[in-house]
Write a protein that binds this ligand. Structure first.
Ligand SMILES: Nc1nc(=O)c2c([nH]1)NC[C@@H]1CN(c3ccc(C(=O)N[C@@H](CCC(=O)O)C(=O)O)cc3)CN21
Ligand SMILES: CC(C)C(=O)C(=O)O
Ligand SMILES: [Mg+2]
Length: 279
C-alpha cells in the first residue's frame, strides 16, 4: 500500500501523517488525489490503508449515519465523537472535520471555540466549513490561531432552505461570485476549497485561478482532487444517489445477502455448528 505504484505520490508518503504542505506540493506537481468521508475507526482504517490521503468527517453523517433528511440537525458533540474515532483509526491520512450548522456562523470567536473542541477532543488536523465572503473573518481567525481551514463553495447543504433544494450552483452570473469567493478564501489562508455541484467549466476555471487545491464533488474532472461520501462510493446508500456518484462496489447487495444467509442459517439450525461453539 505505502509503496503501491498506482497511488499518486502524495498517497505514498510513508512513516508519517500527510500534511497540508504535501497537498500543496501535489497540486504544484500536477498530481490529483482522492478524498473520502469517514465516520468511524474501522472504515477510516481501511481507507488509510488504501492510501486515501485525506479523510473528511462530514456533516453528511446526518444523512448516512444518523438518518436525518439534511445535515442541519447534526451537533458538535456528534461530529466530535465520530472525528475522534476516525483519528484513532488512522495513521497516515490527514483528518478534516466539518463544523456543524450553527457552530461557526456567529463569528470568528465562535468558530475558534468550535474548532478548538475538534482539535483538543478529537485531535483532527484541520476543519472545514461552508460559505464564501461571509466566513472570511472566521477563516482568518482560525488560520491565525494555527488551524488549517478547508473552504466549501457551491452547493452548501447547510443552506438548503435558502438554496431551495439540492441543486447545481454557480450558473451564469453566480459563477463570477463563486470565483471571487474562492479567491477570498485563498487570500484569507484556506489550504483547500471544496467545490460542490457546480458546472465543470466553472470548477476548472476556479482550479486554474487558485494556487491552493480544489476538491470537487459533482464539479467535473478539472479540479485538483475529488471527494465522495463513502457509502455512495461503495454502493451502500439507497437509491436515488446524486448523479455525480460512481459506485465502485455493491455493499448494499453484499450486506443484504449476508444478513439473509445468516438469518436463514439460524432458522434452519445450520448456524452455529460445533466450530462456533465452546466444548
Ligand atoms: N449520501 C450523501 N451524499 C452526498 O453527496 C451528500 C450527502 N449525503 N449529504 C450532504 C450533501 C448533500 N448533497 C447532495 C444531495 C442531493 C443532491 C441531488 O439530489 N442532486 C440531484 C439533483 C441535481 C439538480 O437537479 O441540480 C442529482 O440528480 O444529482 C446532490 C447533492 C451532497 N452531500
Ligand atoms: C461531501 C462533503 C464535501 C461534505 O461536506 C460532507 O460529507 O459533509
Ligand atoms: Mg458537509
Amino acid at each position: 500500500m505505502a509503496n503501491d505504484p498506482v497511488l499518486p505520490p502524495v498517497a505514498r508518503v510513508s512513516g508519517r501523517r500527510i500534511t497540508i504542505r504535501d497537498l500543496q506540493a501535489a497540486k504544484d506537481a500536477g498530481e490529483r488525489w482522492a478524498t473520502l468521508t469517514a465516520y468511524d475507526a474501522l472504515t477510516a482504517g481501511v481507507f488509510d490503508g488504501a492510501g486515501i490521503p485525506v479523510l473528511l468527517v462530514g456533516d453528511s453523517a446526518g444523512n448516512v449515519v444518523l438518518g436525518h433528511a439534511t445535515t442541519l440537525p447534526v451537533t458538535v458533540d456528534e461530529l466530535v465523537s465520530m472525528s475522534a474515532a476516525v483519528v484513532r483509526g488512522t495513521r497516515r491520512s490527514l483528518v478534516v472535520a466539518d463544523l456543524p450548522f450553527g457552530s461557526y456562523q456567529a463569528g470568528p470567536a465562535q468558530a475558534l471555540e468550535t474548532a478548538a473542541r475538534f482539535l483538543k477532543e478529537a485531535q483532527v488536523h484541520a476543519v472545514k466549513f461552508e460559505g464564501g465572503t461571509q466566513v472570511v473573518p472566521q477563516v482568518h481567525a482560525l488560520v491565525e490561531a494555527g488551524v488549517p481551514v478547508m473552504g466549501h463553495l457551491g452547493l452548501t447543504p447547510q443552506s438548503v432552505n435558502q438554496l431551495g433544494g439540492f441543486r447545481v450552483q454557480g450558473r451564469g452570473d453566480d459563477g463570477e461570485r463563486l470565483l471571487d469567493a474562492a479567491v477570498a478564501l485563498e487570500e484569507a489562508g484556506a489550504f483547500a476549497v471544496v467545490l460542490e455541484a457546480v458546472p465543470a467549466d466553472l470548477a476548472e476555471r476556479v482550479s486554474k485561478t487558485l494556487r491552493i487545491p480544489t476538491v470537487g464533488i459533482g464539479a467535473g474532472a478539472g479540479t485538483d482532487a475529488q471527494v465522495l461520501v463513502w457509502q455512495d462510493m461503495a454502493g451502500l446508500s439507497p437509491d436515488p444517489v446524486p448523479r455525480f456518484v460512481k459506485r465502485y462496489a455493491d455493499l448494499r447487495g453484499v450486506l443484504d445477502s449476508a444478513a439473509r444467509a445468516y438469518a436463514a442459517d439460524v432458522a434452519s439450525g445450520s448456524f452455529p455448528t460445533v466450530e462456533q461453539a465452546y466444548g
